[in-house]
Design a protein around this ligand. Structure first.
Ligand SMILES: [Fe+2]
Ligand SMILES: [Fe+2]
Length: 148
């Protein structure tokens, strides 16, 4: 895959995660308003967790390959990715798995909303850093770096 193809795939996955985040937020807010939306929230959290798990796995796999070749700062980014990025993926996924456990909206909704905001921050940060068009450029790598 070329860097631009990798970038396109990951950005598409981000768009899909954003819509799952929006749906989850809508359920959480309905539950908070007293509507019987707890089960809907739990099912949206499960869908979101599954989407996040698949995306994180793919992102780690693709970026581990591409980042060191992408530009002069690539190696540093790759190291950041190995350390804090992968840990953040794990923390988000685990928090999503736990997030549906509360039985009262007053206790259950605020941590969900906080987690959704943290997920949006994570995605936004990625798009402003290593998923920028100036980083994942097709002309910045040697042709054989990806092994065809
Ligand atoms: Fe990520
Ligand atoms: Fe991502």
């Amino acid at each position: 895959m070329t860097p631009s193809e990798i970038r396109k795939e990951l950005l598409e996955q981000h768009a899909s995660l954003r819509s799952k985040i929006d749906a989850t937020r809508a359920s959480a807010e309905r539950w908070q308003r007293g509507e019987p939306a707890r089960e809907e929230l739990r099912s949206n959290l499960a869908l979101l967790a599954e989407g996040v798990r698949a995306h994180n796995r793919r992102e780690e796999e693709l970026l581990r390959e591409v980042i060191p070749g992408a530009d002069a700062w690539g190696q540093a980014r790759a190291e950041v990715m190995e350390e804090s990025h992968v840990q953040e993926h794990k923390a988000i996924y685990e928090a999503l798995i736990d997030a549906g456990a509360a039985s009262e909206a007053a206790a259950g909704v605020p941590p969900v909303l906080k987690l959704l905001d943290a997920m949006l921050d994570h995605i936004q940060h990625e798009e402003a850093s290593f998923l920028g068009a100036d980083v994942l450029r097709d002309d910045a790598v040697t042709p054989d770096f990806f092994g065809g």
